[in-house]
Design a protein around this ligand. Sequence first.
Ligand code: NAD
Length: 480
Amino acid sequence: MKIKNYINGEFVNSISNNWLDNYNPSLGEVYGEIPNSDSKDVEKAYQAAVKAFSKWSNTTLEERSIILSNIANLILEKLDDLASAESKDNGKPVSLAMQVDIPRAASNFQFFANAITQFASESHESVGLDAVNFTLRQPLGVVGCISPWNLPLYLFTWKIAPAIAAGNCVVAKPSEVTPMTAFLLGKICNEAGLPNGVLNIVHGLGTTTGQAIVEHPYIKAISFTGGTKTGAHIARIAAPMFKKLSLELGGKNPNIIFSDCDYNKMLETTVRSSFANQGQICLCGSRILVEESIFEKFKKDFVQKVSQLKVGNPSEKSTDIGALVSQQHLEKVKSYIDIAEQEGGKILYGGNRVEVMNCKNGYYLQPTIIEVSNNNCKLNQEEIFGPVVTIMSFKTDEEALWLANDVKYGLSSTIWTNNLNRTMQFSKQLQTGIVWVNTWMLRDLRTPFGGAKESGVGREGGLEALCFFTEPKNVCIKYN
Ligand code: NAD
């Protein structure tokens, strides 16, 4: 299976005709090839985008909204095919792709199809000066969207939908590790009537294709989701060119559990927030902090529940935990488990690779729970991004808050409590972009999404995304 670049509405090879292998992680086998694009391909995509811009930015909001809705509907029509493609490419259980990834990709388009028709700008009357100001919000031009492998179509469309809804044209790059559903999206865009050149998808490595997008002098903004180190590198390149940047980066999120919570609901959700998508969600609660009075009970119940999760072939509906995305990532995650003892940690469950029947070369790992007693260890400070959580007890609210904030990351946090004062105190003092209380990953697409500290700069979602993808211009009119 040869994936192609999608440029000006056509499916084309890279100019160099070089290719990269694409793996099926559940089997540990190559099953296709993707173009190994370079700056020449990015330039070609840019030229298509800039040519499409003046017409696209002048379409009526209704026209844009209809096309975005068409894309959303087609994604839903092709739910089965897209979900199985995502599962094969990424290793995630097909049931998760059916329930979460693909429906959410459709919602991203439908949400911004609606949002753009309601996007209003401000006006300010300068009282006493006989002047009135209004804010024109114009699209930026050609923008770059770069996304990671963990939620491939979900995060790719989360950027593209608001960018094109606001009237921009896009040069986009999915992760080279999971290119398949982005390729299929190109076909859907053609079928939905998206004019040629509005969206261009260039496949290839981050350090060549991705970097060429960031370095392009006329690509005005970069919306990037990925690792913190890559984000810092991109910021260094983009800053001297004064590009607009939205950086959604790594996390090391605390899941803080108080004894007064709804215990069963907490336990069930904590299994999910720890291990959904093999723990490869930037929002996973990878540091579980438990109030001392329920610590022993929680440990016992949590281990028991986690031991029931089925690690298996992602294409089987009964699988809870599929394959990790790549051999390289599996080795990285395993290297953290290997230092657990050295760091004073105790493995309460898991820690080993799993051999799945008929998939013996796949990248499977047991869900792993490690008890730690010190926050100042790699296991609690570095993002592992796999099916590995640490657990630790705390005695007081102050200690819980201190532990929660004692990391360089600040993406999300979860608190389990029924105490309203505590909820408010923690909501105000947690240094994260998102705070969930008695729930996890409940998303309303109107809300601002993003991280504090080294988890990112800027916010996506709702109005924030439409503001990011437009330039505000103040028009001041004096009258007599
Ligand atoms: P990554 O940083 O390696 O790659 C992300 C994307 O950037 C890929 O498309 C990659 O090809 C590209 N890239 C790599 N180097 C580049 C460069 N020099 N210039 C331009 N583009 C480049 O991240 P990953 O391993 O694909 O994803 C995992 C990371 O993503 C984790 O740290 C995770 O927390 C983070 N993430 C964050 C969020 C969020 O919303 N904050 C969501 C999902 C994942």
